[in-house]
Design a protein around this ligand. Structure first.
Ligand code: GLA
Length: 732
């Protein structure tokens, strides 16, 4: 027995000897099954298999897809780890697929996730790194310790999979969390500790001087506060902040080395409120094919109620004068110049507009909403309706947002007996939804895949392409997002890797879409493979995703927006657009748990500015029913949106990329140029506007239009561009 244990120790222990450094163990004894006796340190596991901790058990030949298994890890912990926070040690196990309960030398140290038989039900936490803080009194110093881990796995793959376990000193962040949250005029700090300790908080606030259009921030003298912390008692402070104000807080502990920092930037509204008189904010053209239904809502802001009229309507199209909705169809190709008229008790406004009946649709990028970035797979008809109703009630439809797109997870588990696709119980009446939208001048979008499965694991169209296109037509679908995903199975089974093999599934669906008696916006989603922008137009696509999925972080926005779109400007134009993915402003979450976008206010201005410059699809990704004033200000600035919807349809070119400063510009139909000056640095930057424009080769007169502020500003001035922020201007 002794000899076995000794050899096991030699086999299974890795020791890093440098004093105070963490120790690592990369191997464990492993057994499928479940027995509480296996947590005891003295249990003889010498007959168990040896597994490496950096690969799943599947990858090491174990078949145990849906069950319990145990790992027992032996590690010698050197007494040198005692220094510092001597009463606590960190067991850093890395992520475990799916749940774990862990014991050290027989003492329970923690559990992450819940198992099927737990009262709260099963909850996988496969991606969460396990960091357990252990009382030092359970450690056997300079001797062998046994970490026993009970793992539950609900499906392939399973177990430890990333790296060796580490035993070391905990960091400050293992005991404390510091967060700053707030509103536009107050910032709240919350500090929580799992130990009794004390330290200092250093708070610095910076804000711009009153009415300073240059936006230079002034930093105030930092304030230092002493705090005493104990478990279960949060420390809370709050400070008033001004428009555009920022707060930075640093916590230093008296016992543990290191510091925690958090910062907060108050949201600030730049878009001036819309006037009470009617103002037209929609696109200046609308394309429809001969005979296809015209579905168009007149986008006027201003006091309601309003009455609408349209001059020059061709035969076959009628207007609902109360709702401002056009319907009907036009048989003859041609450009029909119209005048859109809106009247309320403050006045009447007329806007010139062209209805283009021809082969092309999507003459400006699509504007609307998609369910994915907010609800993910938890989407339901009720949630979709809530956003659709809010699109109208909160006034976003008055800015041209018109598509309501249902993403993945509307599909039933099985097709009907005749092979047709059906909705699951969360969508009791898709056709009813379509009818309601059309009656309000809005449009219905749907999602599917050329594969047998979608990305979310739902039914795709494979071998039912024509039937599905017909079903969608019967529901009144106006937009299809067609996502590669499950098609990779078909693709991988064939040797052909030519561009034609990427084009094939999209060409197939295109044929069936065009057979339907309505216009269906065709949105390709295959993440940019085989340079889709070079052939998307050939499959009659109206847009194509150029990258993988976006998320609400600066890293994601930066990678997608500033590195991947640079060379794509030649490929966009009326009818066919590059799609850098949906918007991540407002309340998002990809699940039924929504949160505020993690982008800072400046990053959100950058996001919307860049998408306008890129002539990108403007698909709102948040729950519109919960939209706040800041998000409304981002999405409903008519001068900013006019750049996105400009009828020339030219995507911006990057003119300058120097020291983290980028200038992007696009020519506009009225002869002007839209210019975004972005600061991608981690710090603010004063920028001489005239100089930045000269570098970009853009001639400018004395003033330019600040599009967010809707104000003319002098060219010969220095403006602060906040970190990750932007000045968005139009040069006339
Ligand atoms: C992919 C797409 C996303 C979304 C999901 C749905 O990840 O890129 O936009 O449609 O699938 O499962």
């Amino acid at each position: 027995m002794k000899r076995t244990l000794l050899s096991a120790a030699i086999l299974l222990c890795t020791i890093l000897t440098a004093a105070g450094q963490p120790v690592e163990a990369g191997l464990a004894r492993f057994h499928v099954g479940d027995d509480p006796a296996w947590r005891a340190p003295q249990f003889d596991d010498s007959a168990w298999q040896v597994l490496s901790l950096d690969k799943t058990w599947d990858d090491q030949g174990i078949k145990n897809a849906y069950n319990y298994a145990w790992y027992r890890i032996r590690v010698v912990i050197p007494a040198s780890l005692k220094k510092g926070v001597s009463d606590k040690v960190l067991l850093d196990l890395g992520p475990i697929d799916d749940t774990d309960e862990t014991w050290l030398n027989g003492h329970f140290v923690g559990k992450t996730g819940t198992n099927p038989e737990d009262p709260e039900g099963y909850d996988s936490q496969w991606s969460v790194p396990r960091r357990y803080i252990v009382d030092a009194k359970w450690i056997r110093w300079d001797a062998e310790n046994v970490i026993a881990v009970r793992v539950y796995n609900s499906g392939n793959p399973g177990g430890f999979f990333e790296r060796p376990v580490r035993i070391g000193k905990p960091e400050l962040s293992d005991f404390l969390t510091l967060s700053l949250k707030g509103t536009k005029d107050a910032c709240q700090l919350e500090l929580r500790s799992s130990i009794k300790t004390a330290g200092t908080l250093e708070v610095s606030v910076s804000e711009p001087a009153e009415g300073d259009i240059a936006g230079i921030l002034q930093e105030q003298e930092p304030v230092v506060k002493k705090v005493r912390l104990s478990p279960g008692k949060e420390t809370r402070f709050s400070w008033p902040v001004k428009e555009q104000g920022r707060v930075k807080v640093t916590y230093r502990d008296n016992r543990i080395d290191g510091e925690l920092t958090a910062s907060y930037a108050a949201p600030y509204i730049l878009t001036p409120p819309a006037p009470a008189t009617p103002r037209y904010n929609g696109p200046l053209v609308f394309g429809v094919r001969p005979g296809s239904p015209v579905i168009f809502r007149l986008a006027f802001s201003g006091d309601k109620p309003m009455r609408y009229a349209v001059e020059g309507l061709p035969e076959g199209v009628k207007l609902d004068p109360v709702q401002g909705v056009l319907s009907g169809s036009v048989a003859e190709k041609g450009d029909y110049p119209l005048v859109l008229v809106a009247t309320n008790d403050k006045g009447t406004t007329r806007a010139a507009f062209t209805l283009k009946v021809g082969d092309k649709i999507a003459l400006t990028p699509p504007m609307g909403w998609n369910s994915w970035n907010c609800w993910g797979l938890s989407v339901s008809q009720e949630k979709v309706m809530a956003s659709a109703a809010a699109l109208i009630n909160r006034g976003l439809a008055d800015y041209g947002y018109a598509y309501i797109n249902v993403d993945d997870a509307w599909e039933a588990e099985e097709r009907a007996a005749d092979g047709s696709i059906v909705c699951n119980e969360k969508f009791p009446d898709m056709k009813g939804l379509g009818d309601w939208l059309h009656g309000n001048g809005l449009k219905l979008g749907i999602y599917s895949s050329p594969g047998d499965r979608t990305c979310g694991g739902y039914l795709g169209t494979l071998d039912h392409e024509q039937q599905d296109a017909e079903t969608w037509n019967s529901w009144g679908v106006d937009y299809l997002k067609y996502d590669w995903c499950g098609y990779s199975k078909v693709f991988n089974a064939q040797a052909d890797r030519s561009t034609a093999s990427y084009v094939r599934p999209y060409l197939k669906m295109q044929e069936y879409l065009r057979q339907q008696p309505r216009d269906i916006f065709y949105s390709l989603c295959q993440y940019g493979m085989a340079e889709v922008w070079t052939w998307g137009h050939a499959v009659d696509a109206n847009s194509w995703r150029t990258t993988g999925d976006i998320t609400d972080t600066w890293k994601s926005l930066y990678n997608i927006g500033f590195t991947r779109q640079t060379n794509l400007y030649p490929y966009a134009g009326p009818g066919h657009w590059n799609d850098p993915d949906m918007l991540v402003v407002g309340k998002v979450g990809w699940s039924d748990q929504l949160r505020d976008s993690r982008l800072t206010p400046d990053e959100q201005y950058t996001h919307i500015t860049l998408w306008s410059l890129l002539a990108a699809n403007m698909l709102i990704g948040c729950d519109i029913a919960q939209i706040d004033d800041f998000t409304f200000n981002l999405l409903c600035n008519n001068e900013v949106n006019a750049v996105n919807q400009d009828i020339l349809g030219r995507q911006a070119h990057r003119d300058v990329d120097e020291d983290g400063l980028q200038v992007w510009s696009r020519p506009l139909a009225d002869g002007g140029t839209a210019v975004g000056i972005f600061n991608l640095n981690g710090h603010d930057m004063p920028v001489a506007l005239a100089e930045a424009l000269a570098k970009a080769g853009i001639p400018a007169r004395d003033t330019v239009r600040d599009l967010w502020r809707q104000q003319d500003i002098p060219v010969n001035a220095v403006y602060n561009i906040p970190s990750h922020g932007v000045r968005f201007i139009k040069v006339k």
